[in-house]
Design a protein around this ligand. Structure first.
Ligand SMILES: [Mg+2]
Length: 183
């Protein structure tokens, strides 16, 4: 799908804008875990049993999501998309196990992207119900109640490299590889 000026570009947060896996690795080690427990080729980290319990408790810690670092080039990439004429919306699913995740995400956007962008944040547990031309998301498959209007562009991460048949954004520095179709 070609995106014309004014087209809505939806951008996921965790694993696309915010370095969820880096933050998890740091917090998990601080909690006494060994990141060798993680299978980085799996979306769910492949954890089970006590390891999963510790990982989930780290993930549910209040403030975890507010403390994530931006992924390299992500903020500049958002500004570039906007400069290209796209209507950029951040589209993210709040972690239901973390009591501050939704407000953490609001804070993160205000702190790292800009306070004006808070109004461009869409928090939802079903991205298929959000309209847009494209969704840039690291999740291998984004499913929900309806067939989505948007084209899913994969944001490259180790755990989504088995996906075929979708365009891939290999990193924010590679945005120009999509540019002609994004504006
Ligand atoms: Mg994500």
């Amino acid at each position: 799908m070609t995106v014309s000026p004014g087209s809505v570009v939806l951008v996921d947060m965790d694993g696309v804008l915010a370095d969820w896996f880096g933050g998890m690795a740091d917090a998990y080690q601080e909690a006494g875990g060994d990141i060798a427990d993680f299978d980085l080729n799996r979306w769910d980290l492949g954890t089970t049993g006590a390891v999963r319990q510790l990982q989930r408790s780290v993930q549910a810690t209040p403030g975890f999501y507010a403390g994530l670092a931006p992924i390299d080039g992500a903020i500049e990439g958002l500004y570039l998309l906007r400069d290209l004429g796209a209507t950029v919306k951040l589209c993210s699913t709040p972690d239901a196990t973390n009591p501050t995740c939704a407000s953490d995400k609001v804070d993160w956007v205000a702190n790292h992207v800009g306070t004006a962008w808070v109004k461009d944040l869409i928090l939802t547990h079903d991205k298929t119900l959000v309209r847009g031309a494209v969704l840039i998301d690291d999740k291998p498959e984004v499913t929900g109640a309806v067939v989505p209007e948007w084209e899913h562009i994969i944001f490259d991460q180790p755990y989504n490299r088995h996906v075929t048949g979708k365009r891939i954004l290999t990193g924010w520095g590679a945005l120009d590889t999509l540019k002609e179709n994004l504006a």
